[in-house]
Design a protein around this ligand. Structure first.
Ligand code: AMP
Length: 514
């Protein structure tokens, strides 16, 4: 049985929630005065040691809803070697890194040890940290099980388990891993479980692993934020038509466009659009699943810091990323899965700000558009007339100049290089890690038998320990296993895009601390 709280307790202050003075002081320093509904609903129960089922999207403050009570509860007690005291499971490396940032921010008045077990980071470093004992372990499921199978990790000391973005875990095929991990952790643990939606598989999981959870639902999963102005924009179906439409929209927004994320359905489009935007002198970056961890973090850092105005991304690469003040979202393609629309446009209009989204629609998108309008329960307005007012395709733009249909190799186009050069900055050090090429420029086949592949990977990794040439490949593979091998989204289409080839712009090579 679960206690139902559909909450709007925003009259509360953080001081009313029962958090420790050290945590309260860090929250004040972060500039937060009022708990969000998910925080007001979850924190008091989490502090009492109850299981929590939080139905909330990113952007609602759900990370602090579990991080703040965890820190308060961790103030007492000490970590033992190889036995983390708490475990947080995240579907992607970026989300895991974001949660770590939250622990740094809110835990600054305490001496907590936080370790991140994610693909793309060396096993050795991670093992050393585990050996010293960690209070908080943040992991993607695949990497966690790899460490467990290597015998470097004991989960019997975990008192608090957090499963975040559970529906995303389902999309990525991580549920069997989650079930396995749940069984490795003592039954007496506290479980804090978060999901934006509750499909039947997730409900089953909560019934299996949560004990009398307090249920907190802060918004309907399919709802879109009313502070976002949504518009549909008609366009010809050819890629050059759509690129032309996008450029016109961006230019028409002028100064109102502070920064934007542009979503494409497939990574080949991410790559093509990115190059096209550079060619047209836009400050653009790109984010897709074939990029290695460092390149992605560098790209995000640049976008967050305002050094890049436009970020072209795929759904998998951008899911759950916390970029607080994006003014615009453009859907270069209508998403195939209606719920992706909600997630995409949810990148703007966050934390009380207003935002704008434009979705480029062609004649063949009717089915997917219908599904979106059904899911959100609202008709989206057209920007300047619907598809019936669309002129026949002009098919002009860049196509005739570059030989339409010919594959456009990264870096063989002088104007794209010009764009790249423009973005090179004097302070940028070109310190591409040794395995960047491997990670960014290779296509990884789907791994049909995950269990066998993990075993094989561990076997070969053990065999190759200390061997420099074997390791980067192993870790590149691991990166993708963590996020991609099960994805039903664009990233497993293997459509032939292999990163940016020779065209990796300098800002993607900035060394970042991972
Ligand atoms: P999340 O849903 O955890 O991704 O958080 C979304 C954003 O809201 C993050 O940038 C947080 O730093 C911010 N945030 C979290 N809690 C609050 C709060 N109580 N008041 C204002 N902003 C918050």
């Amino acid at each position: 049985m679960s206690e139902d709280i559909t909450t709007a307790q925003d009259a509360l202050t953080f001081a009313d929630l029962g958090l420790s003075p050290k945590v309260l002081s860090a929250v004040t320093d972060a500039g937060y005065t009022t708990p969000t509904p998910i925080q007001a609903g979850a924190i008091p129960h989490a502090l009492q040691g109850k299981d929590v089922l939080g139905i909330a999207q990113t952007g609602t403050g759900k990370t602090a809803a579990f991080v703040l009570p965890m820190i308060t509860r961790l103030e007492k007690g000490r970590a033992r070697a190889r036995m983390p005291r708490t475990l947080i499971l995240e579907p992607t490396r970026e989300l895991a890194a974001q949660v770590e940032e939250n622990f740094v921010k809110y835990g600054k008045n305490l001496r907590l040890t936080v370790a991140l077990l994610i693909g793309g980071v060396s096993f050795d470093e991670q093992e050393k940290k585990l050996e010293r004992g960690v209070d908080v372990l943040i992991a993607t499921p695949g990497r966690l099980l790899d460490h467990f199978e290597r015998g470097k990790l004991l989960l019997t000391g975990v008192d608090i388990l957090v499963i975040d973005e559970a529906d995303r875990m389902l999309d990525m095929g991580f549920i069997p891993d989650i079930e396995r991990i749940c069984k490795l952790i003592p039954f007496t643990r506290q479980t804090l479980f978060f999901s934006a939606t509750m499909p039947p598989e997730i409900t089953k999981l909560t019934e299996q692993f949560l004990h009398a959870p307090v249920r907190i639902e802060v918004s309907k999963a399919a709802s879109t934020n009313s502070s976002i102005t949504q518009r549909l924009v008609k366009s010809g179906a050819k890629p050059w038509d759509k690129r032309d439409t996008l450029r016109r929209l961006i230019r028409a927004e002028g100064d109102a466009l502070k920064n934007a994320i542009i979503f494409c359905n497939r990574k080949v489009e991410v790559s093509d659009l990115f190059k096209s935007l550079l060619k047209h002198d836009f400050e653009a970056g790109a984010l897709h699943g074939d990029m290695d961890q460092r390149a992605r973090m560098a790209m995000l850092d640049n976008f967050r810091a305002g050094r890049l105005k436009l970020l072209v991304a795929s759904d998998v690469a951008a899911r759950g990323l916390d970029i607080p003040d994006v003014s615009h979202v453009f859907n270069f393609d209508v998403p195939i899965h209606a719920e992706d629309y909600v997630h995409r446009i949810g990148r703007t209009g966050r934390a009380g700000r207003s935002g704008k989204s434009f979705t480029i629609v062609t004649r063949s998108d009717a089915k997917h558009l219908d599904a979106i309008e059904k899911l959100t329960g609202q008709k989206i307005e057209w920007h300047d007339g619907d598809l019936t007012t669309l002129a026949p395709s002009t098919e002009e733009d860049e196509a005739p100049r570059r030989g339409r249909g010919a594959p456009r190799r990264a870096g063989k186009d002088g104007s794209a290089r010009k764009g790249d050069r423009k973005r090179e900055r004097p302070e940028v050090a070109s310190t591409t890690p040794a395995n960047d090429d491997n990670a960014a420029n290779s296509i990884v086949p789907d791994v049909p038998d995950e269990r066998r592949s993990r075993k094989d990977a561990i076997k070969s990794d053990n065999a190759n320990r200390g061997s420099n040439n074997a390791k980067p490949k192993r870790e590149g593979d691991q990166n993708r296993r963590d996020e991609k091998r099960h994805s039903r989204h664009d990233e497993n289409l293997n459509d032939g895009t292999v990163g940016f080839g020779d065209d990796v712009p300098a800002f993607m090579k900035i060394a970042v601390k991972v």
